[in-house]
Design a protein around this ligand. Structure first.
Ligand SMILES: [Cu+2]
Length: 113
């Protein structure tokens, strides 16, 4: 928990450095998301199911700090269908999930080393 709050504060500071405070307040989530996909923490998880027909991944994930979500198993859409070929059931992954048009979507995905 302490590690996550430290990283969270770091992201806030970094985002704050790039944006005027007014812009930061208005567009908080978008700036945080783009900062995280470059430099911020990725969430860890394990692929439970790959559903190519629905373009969904079911992931048993750890805490998603950017979404304020505790660890759980749930389905995510993917923003790139190629991600579905990148992983298989049982794979450990690092990923970033964001809310895209109201739907929780995996926007960055890589195999955990
Ligand atoms: Cu979840």
């Amino acid at each position: 928990m302490n590690r996550y709050s430290t990283i969270f504060s770091t992201v806030i500071l970094m985002v704050g450095a790039f944006n005027a405070p007014a812009v930061f307040a208005q567009d908080h989530s978008q700036h945080m998301a783009s900062a995280e996909s470059k430099v911020g923490p990725m969430s860890s998880g394990e692929i439970v199911k790959v559903d190519k027909a629905a373009a969904k991944l079911t992931i048993k994930h750890g805490p998603l700090t950017n979404l304020n979500m505790p660890g759980m198993t749930m389905g995510f859409k993917v923003n790139n269908a190629a991600m579905l070929d990148q992983v298989k059931t049982g794979d450990k992954v690092n990923f970033v999930a964001e809310k895209v048009n109201g739907t929780l979507t995996v926007t960055t995905l890589e195999a955990a080393k």
